[in-house]
Design a protein around this ligand. Structure first.
Ligand code: SD4
Length: 294
């Protein structure tokens, strides 16, 4: 049995985010608060260009954010295509706790956020705006899939009580079509938690993750007895198979999963090398390079 509590999260920025989550867990806080606080650090950081404030805009120059959160009782909340609100995951949490619904999008999500006391802020930094203008010149307004653009923070935590929660937040694919929603706010695709089994979250090309209900798939594979590592591997293989069958551009596609089970064992896998994830437990503080299928 691995040590508790444990928090894992996607990419390099997961190291700092884990520290915030860890403080919550160490002080006896629950996994839900830990994952929310953890990912909010990255949402607020303008230097992170793929999540929250400072995120790259869509092709119309609008920063539109996707996020969701899920707890150990299968309470869920999600927002998609949310504009001008710095902390979409906090709005997702409010959707979960303050409404009879689980998902709000666009204008309605923003209206709800304002009612909840969130304030409108400009999320398009000068740098993001400059790069977008440049892209308009070079890109002919065509959305592109570029693996460099794919960074979501997904975080999973197992708390002292043995409960699991997860959160996922992103500005989505850079220069996407306006209104495009990725996997990250979709429960089952970008994130899934089943407190009897484990939890998983995804990063990368959201369309491909949605196609196989990726995070739910990873959790179901763990339910069938696979380790978190083996479950992530099987899900990536499944996505690869679909890409091959559809003759899709595999070289342009990156997918990464991370997963944790009830024992606190964790794993990850990705389609192409370059993905990593951060782990924080009583015995481990580490950035781990995920192994890759290709
Ligand atoms: C998406 N998975 O919108 C998200 C964001 C991303 O790494 O590109 N993630 O498809």
């Amino acid at each position: 049995t691995a040590a508790k509590p444990v928090v894992i999260s996607t990419w390099d920025f997961g190291m700092q985010a884990n520290k915030v989550a860890w403080q919550v867990l160490e002080q006896g806080g629950n996994a839900l608060d830990a994952v929310q606080q953890g990912v909010m650090l990255v949402e607020a950081d303008p230097a992170e260009r793929s999540v929250g404030y400072g995120g790259r805009p869509d092709r119309d120059g609008k920063v539109t954010l996707d996020a969701c959160i899920m707890d150990h009782q299968a309470n869920i909340g999600s927002v998609a295509a949310l504009e001008q609100i710095k902390h979409p995951v906090a709005v997702a949490r409010a959707v979960m706790e303050q409404t009879p619904h689980v998902m709000l999008v666009g204008q309605g999500a923003q209206q709800f956020a304002l009612e909840q006391g969130f304030v409108l802020e400009n999320l398009l930094t000068e740098q993001s705006e400059r790069e977008w203008q440049q892209w308009l010149n070079d890109g002919n307004y065509r959305p592109v899939v570029n693996i460099e653009n794919h960074d979501t923070i997904g975080m999973l935590a197992l708390d002292n009580e043995g409960n699991l929660s997860g959160a996922c937040t992103t500005s989505g694919m850079a220069y996407k079509m306006h209104g495009r929603i990725g996997d990250s706010p979709i429960i089952g695709a970008g994130l899934y938690v089943d407190n009897d089994v484990g939890a998983a979250t995804a990063t990368g090309h959201g369309e491909e993750v949605i196609r196989v209900t990726g995070s739910f798939l990873v959790v179901e594979l763990m339910r069938q007895g696979l380790s978190p590592q083996a479950a992530c591997e099987e899900a990536v293989r499944r996505i690869h198979q679909k890409l091959v069958q559809r003759k899709a551009a595999i070289a342009d596609t990156q997918i990464g999963f991370i997963a944790i089970n009830k024992m606190g064992e964790h794993g990850s896998f990705c389609l192409q090398s370059g993905f990593n994830y951060a782990i924080q437990s009583p015995v481990q503080t580490e950035l781990i390079a995920a192994s890759a299928l290709l």
